[in-house]
Write a protein that binds this ligand. Structure first.
Ligand code: SF4
Ligand code: SF4
Length: 239
């Protein structure tokens, strides 16, 4: 005879606290249909999947929900909520699960990238001068070696450009030659664009860390630079 499952005390507190922050999250409308789980890249990792998670939440298994490391393997891709017939917002649930972890207990890699971004303006910790030097150097190499791009224009902080384009910070550091293809496309379509020098990185690991203050700070600095200094009407995030 199998042993009964032992459950900790059940409370709906966490579900209610998330619903207060995300009134449209609709956890109680879950039909247990499994559509979310069928398309989820994180299904079955750590013996968890989105349908099971929502069921545990609705049953009040707060302790289990709040301690599962699965919160950190969900990719936040939003495939589940887009497929869900009841639009149960599982990514918002996962965000709030992450947010409930003490900051120093959240995964070190994501935390480090978030801290670098707040400090240096990008997750790789690249000094702004190095970014500008790399951009200018790669652009010059393209102009010199590829005659069809001899008038390639790549700028940082060009005021009045139509588009502000940000950039994954890994590329200037580990694969600078990968910067060129996007520039060539923008050049070919005659786009009027510039990189910003402030918070120029497109990634935002503070969002994935569920660090509310961190990701808001990054965005506010970025938006302030675009609005007040560059005055670009359009932003293109390449991430
Ligand atoms: S797809 Fe939506 S309704 Fe179906 S199990 Fe997942 S959360 Fe529940
Ligand atoms: S957001 Fe998370 S739970 Fe939803 S499909 Fe993507 S990985 Fe799965």
């Amino acid at each position: 005879m199998s042993l009964p499952i032992e459950l900790n005390e059940m409370t709906p507190d966490f579900k209610e606290s998330v619903k207060e922050k995300v009134p449209t999250a609709n956890f109680d409308l879950c039909l247990t249909c499994g559509t979310c789980t069928a398309g989820c890249p994180a299904s079955e990792l750590f013996d968890m999947d989105p349908r099971k998670l929502v069921r545990m939440l609705v049953l009040g298994m707060d302790e289990e929900v709040l301690k599962t490391p699965w919160a950190w393997v969900c990719t936040m891709c939003t495939r589940c909520v887009n497929a869900c017939p009841m639009k149960v917002d599982i990514p918002k649930l996962v965000y709030n699960m992450r947010n409930s972890w003490p900051r120093d207990k959240r995964p070190k890699g994501i935390r480090g990238s978030c801290d670098q971004h707040i400090r240096a303006g990008n997750a790789m910790g690249v000094p702004t001068d190095d970014f500008i030097w790399t951009v200018e150097d790669v652009a010059e190499e393209i102009r010199e070696s590829q005659p069809q791009f001899e008038d390639l224009l790549v700028t940082v902080d060009r005021k009045g450009a139509y588009m502000a384009v940000n950039q994954n910070s890994r590329e200037p550091v580990t694969e600078p030659e990968e910067l060129g293809p996007l520039w060539k496309i923008l050049h070919t379509v005659k786009a009027d664009w510039t990189y910003p020098s402030v918070m120029w990185a497109g990634e935002n690991y503070c969002l994935f860390l569920a660090d509310d203050e961190g990701w808001r700070y990054i965005l506010e600095e970025f938006v302030s630079h675009i609005d007040n200094t560059l005055k670009c009407p359009l932003v293109v995030n390449t991430e």
